[in-house]
Write a protein that binds this ligand. Structure first.
Ligand code: ADP
Length: 631
């Protein structure tokens, strides 16, 4: 028999196929099953108008069988088959897709489900097989053919006595090596796993004879004698795929449990999701999606290992397990899948040819997630707060990143702990503001308990104004990005002008500051680099001192920025505020002529302020000595 050569360019392509187009060898099974499904689709399509086909929809199936002794894996379909010419054209030239031709010739449009269109999938078989045999009989043909190939060397075509229409593909697997155990593909359990993973939603049943074992019936005598039964093998035909994907079923058919059960099974999460959404989009590109908001962050969510993304299917066939482009970072907690018929896939079906369709889908998914979250916030506050506890920080990062480009989309999804001991939205905060309140006040610290005690909050609280407590590292950065909400500016309670100081008192304070200008500057001098100035405080009520900052970088931002890796340290311009109403002020003025004493007092007060702020004491030994001296 004449050995035919693959076309020249095909040879190179085949080599490339085997070695580099696909990242996982296991996908060969997906490719062969997709081809079988396409072939069945073609014959099924014919059967709709041609009685001679003689098969009803339920008769169509794909069969898998594995034989460990001969190391062969067989994939059989009763689809349209191939003529000798088609065999030659389709399998003799790589990158020649019969499916694409069929599609064009028959002017098939969206409704048509044919998957293949590149003409390379078949050759992925050579990633795991040393020899591939294709026995096929085309519909309407009297003769069957056998195509055999051991890879790049070429192939032979001969006649065969196959009686039924359809195709049988036989893979003789490569020998196992140290790194690759090809024999795993003969394992029933592994085959089942691959089909569930990649081909679960192929529309025709994928069947396999599976051997089970059962105890044999014991005779009465043996029973009495207490004998244990022997086991016998029996064969059962199993359908390995579920065929109709949940997301393609009509919503009215499905119950809440179906969606939840699907989630826990599919995404290996034993917690039920907080929310789900079933999207059926008939626009262009058309797609179906199932989106879930988990109730708990996965264990690796805050680690580098975490990969965001949705599963991407093309016509029920899994293309990508985590398609990151479908989700913006701030919605990275969403799990689920998207299935579209309108994707143009690249050669290996592992990437998309154009990401234009994908971008449109991603935009539309983002809108869905955002509106689902808004709905939850409005109608199901309890669950929203649960969601917030798990994933809220992600939305705050979203506000901050990209120079605030997404802040308008996200600001109404934010929650903050307030001084009134509850979570509030910015809208709720602003709505509850009394007429005379000009700003949205916030205070920062590592915990709400700690912020509660901050002396800086005294004046604002005294006025009865609510304060937002910011405890996450990202909070203040996000607030800085927002700048204002509904025309109300954000104001740190530690900032210079709080907009609530009464003018008479201001004047008084100013006079007092001028009177004590020498003392205050002497104190600042004695503290050197630590502070930029020492002032009389207008916000302190009962506490003697506090620290505030001038300029863009606040004390909290200094802490956050300096805790990040990197050598560049920033420093806020610190201001030491002294309460002029506090006893301590009298002590200071009394000591103002003794510069040595004043310097010591300044150090003590500054260190106290650091402690209240939760910042490290710069010189603990000196501080301790000063206290002892004082006592
Ligand atoms: P693709 O599926 O991307 O078109 P393949 O290399 O997988 O490319 O297959 C090439 C062509 O061979 C297919 O388009 C189809 O016409 C034909 N073919 C492959 N497998 C079968 C099969 N099981 N039955 C009938 N035709 C097949």
């Amino acid at each position: 028999m004449e050995q035919k050569q693959f076309k020249a360019e095909s040879k190179r392509l085949l080599d490339m196929m085997i070695h580099s187009i696909y990242t996982h060898k296991e996908i060969f099974l997906r490719e062969l099953i997709s081809n079988a499904s396409d072939a069945i689709d073609k014959l099924y399509f014919k059967s709709l108008t041609d009685d001679k086909v003689g098969l009803a929809k339920d008769d169509f199936a794909i069969w898998i069988s594995a034989d460990k002794d001969s190391r062969t894996l067989k994939i059989t379909d009763n689809g349209i088959g191939m003529t000798a010419e088609e065999l030659e054209n389709n399998l003799g030239t790589i990158a020649n897709s019969g499916s694409l031709k069929f599609k064009t010739e028959n002017k098939l449009d969206e409704d048509n489900q044919i998957i293949g269109q590149f003409g390379v999938g078949f050759y992925s078989a050579f990633m795991v097989a040393k020899k591939v045999t294709v026995i096929t009989k085309a519909y309407g043909s009297d003769v069957a053919y056998r195509w055999e190939s051991e890879g790049v060397d070429g192939y032979t075509i001969s006649e065969d006595d196959k009686a039924s229409v359809g195709t049988e593909i036989i893979l003789e697997l490569l020998e196992d090596t140290e790194d690759e155990k090809y024999s795993e593909f003969l394992d029933t359990y592994r085959i089942k796993g691959l089909i569930t993973k990649y081909s679960d939603y192929i529309r025709f049943p994928i069947k396999m004879e599976v051997t089970h074992s059962r105890p044999m019936e014991l005779s009465e005598e043996d029973k009495e004698a207490g004998k244990s039964p022997e086991y016998e093998d029996y064969i059962e035909i199993e359908t390995l795929n579920s065929m109709v994907p949940l997301w393609k079923k009509s919503k009215s058919e499905l119950k809440e449990e179906d969606y939840k059960h699907f989630y826990t099974e599919k995404f290996y999460d034993y917690n039920e999701p907080l929310k789900y959404s079933h999207v059926v989009n008939e626009g262009v590109p058309s797609y179906n999606a199932l989106l879930y908001i988990p109730s708990k962050a996965p264990y690796d969510f805050y680690s580098k290992e975490f990969e965001k993304g949705l599963q991407l299917y093309s016509n029920g066939v899994l293309i990508m397990d985590k398609c990151a482009d479908l989700l913006p970072d701030y919605f990275c907690f969403v799990r689920g899948l998207v299935d579209s018929e309108d994707l143009s896939l690249n050669i290996s079906r592992e990437m998309l040819q154009h990401d234009r369709q994908l971008k449109v889908i991603a935009k539309s998914i983002e809108k869905t997630v955002s509106s689902e979250l808004k709905k939850m916030l409005k109608n199901d506050r309890e669950n929203y707060e649960k969601f917030w506890k798990e994933f809220g920080v992600q939305l705050k990062f979203g506000v901050y990143s990209g120079y605030g480009m997404n802040k308008d989309k996200l600001q109404d999804l934010l929650l903050f702990t307030s001084s009134q001991d509850k979570l509030v939205t910015l809208d709720e905060y602003v709505t509850a503001m009394p007429e005379e309140q000009k700003y949205i006040y916030y205070a920062t610290g590592e915990s709400t308990a700690r912020i509660e005690q901050l002396p800086q909050t005294e004046l604002v609280k005294d006025k009865g104004f609510e304060i937002l407590y910011l405890t996450d590292n990202v909070d203040e950065f996000a607030i800085k990005m927002l700048m204002n909400y509904k025309e109300k500016e954000f104001k740190n309670v530690s900032s210079e002008d709080l907009g609530i100081e009464d003018t008479e008192k201001q004047e008084e304070l100013k006079a007092k500051e001028e009177e004590n200008a020498d003392m205050l500057s002497a104190m600042a001098d004695s503290l050197g680099e630590s502070v930029t100035k020492v002032v009389l405080s207008k916000r302190l009520k009962s506490h003697p001192v506090c620290l505030s900052s001038e300029g863009e970088i606040t004390l909290e931002m200094e802490k956050v920025l300096n805790s990040m890796p990197g050598d560049q340290k920033v420093k806020a311009q610190r201001v030491l505020e002294i309460n002029p109403e506090h006893e301590i002020f009298g002590k200071l003025t009394a000591a103002s002529s003794d510069s040595e004493k004043l310097a010591k007092y300044a150090k003590l007060l500054y260190t106290q302020a650091l402690l209240i702020e939760g910042m490290p004491v710069e010189n603990p030994v000196e501080f301790s000595n000063l206290i002892c001296e004082l006592m």
